[in-house]
Ligand binder design. Structure first.
Ligand SMILES: [Zn+2]
Length: 240
């Protein structure tokens, strides 16, 4: 019997089966004292914030991913991504499939060049008033473009490489696709992970934003009362 049949058979666990197995795998890992960070999707949409939605839209822009993402969506919504960790340039995850043991998925994203990093820092630093705004995705349209345009900050498919421990991963399998969507959901909870993933230190952002803000305040102070600004004022502005 063909491999196709086997793959077809094994690759289509029902939603309830997948849910049950995912819960069993989570319970078994916890029993062993392992701390998992599952992706939990509430409601119909995978992502709700600007960051999460922009991440998912970016994935759907690539023709080479098009036919492969659909099944991943079902997996991530079912709770099959039972563990997902984001670090610099790397995502490690465990995804429940048809067999008992979850599959291991690793996704790598090429780091941004230092040159590109500098450009982004300068562009954002000048136009974002607070880090809260940056993280809320609440910034001018042209900055949104800086992230989402071609060669923007969101990775293109050629910057993404992946592997999965399932037998079917030569092309993007549904486990990898589920993890790619899972990243979007994780960015909803914590957008600063985007900067971590792309290797941009938030501390550098804070420095540029503060430097530009101080410059502005000094200019204003010159024009008005000549009031001096102490560091407390500046830190207060950023809530840090
Ligand atoms: Zn796989």
């Amino acid at each position: 019997m063909s491999r196709y049949w086997e793959d077809g058979f094994y690759s289509q666990p029902t939603t309830s089966e997948l849910k049950r197995k995912s819960e069993a795998s989570r319970a078994s890992a916890e029993k062993k004292g392992k701390r998992l960070e599952p992706v939990v999707i509430q409601g119909r949409n995978i992502a709700k914030s600007w960051w999460g939605r922009a991440w998912c839209n970016n994935l759907e822009r690539y023709a080479d991913y098009e036919s492969r993402l659909g099944r991943g969506k079902r997996y991530v919504k079912t709770g099959a991504v039972i563990d997902l960790n984001i670090s610099k340039g790397r995502i490690q995850a465990k995804v429940q499939g048809s067999r008992k043991t979850p599959y291991k998925v690793e996704i790598r994203i090429s780091p941004l060049s230092e040159e590109r990093c500098q450009e982004i820092l300068q562009n954002c630093g000048k136009r974002v008033e607070t880090l809260e705004k940056l993280l809320a995705g609440d910034f001018p349209e042209e900055l949104k473009e800086l992230f989402t345009q071609r060669d923007g900050l969101f990775p293109s498919s050629r910057e993404i490489s992946f592997s999965c421990s399932c037998p079917d991963w030569a092309l993007m399998c549904k486990h990898v696709a589920a993890v790619l969507y899972g990243i979007g959901a994780r960015l909803d909870e914590n957008p600063s992970l985007f900067f971590e993933l792309r290797g941009i230190e938030m501390g550098r952002f804070i420095d540029v934003v503060i430097a530009n803000r101080v410059e502005q305040m000094l200019k204003n102070a010159d024009r008005t009362s000549g009031r001096t600004i102490d560091e407390g004022d500046i830190r207060g502005l950023f809530g840090i």
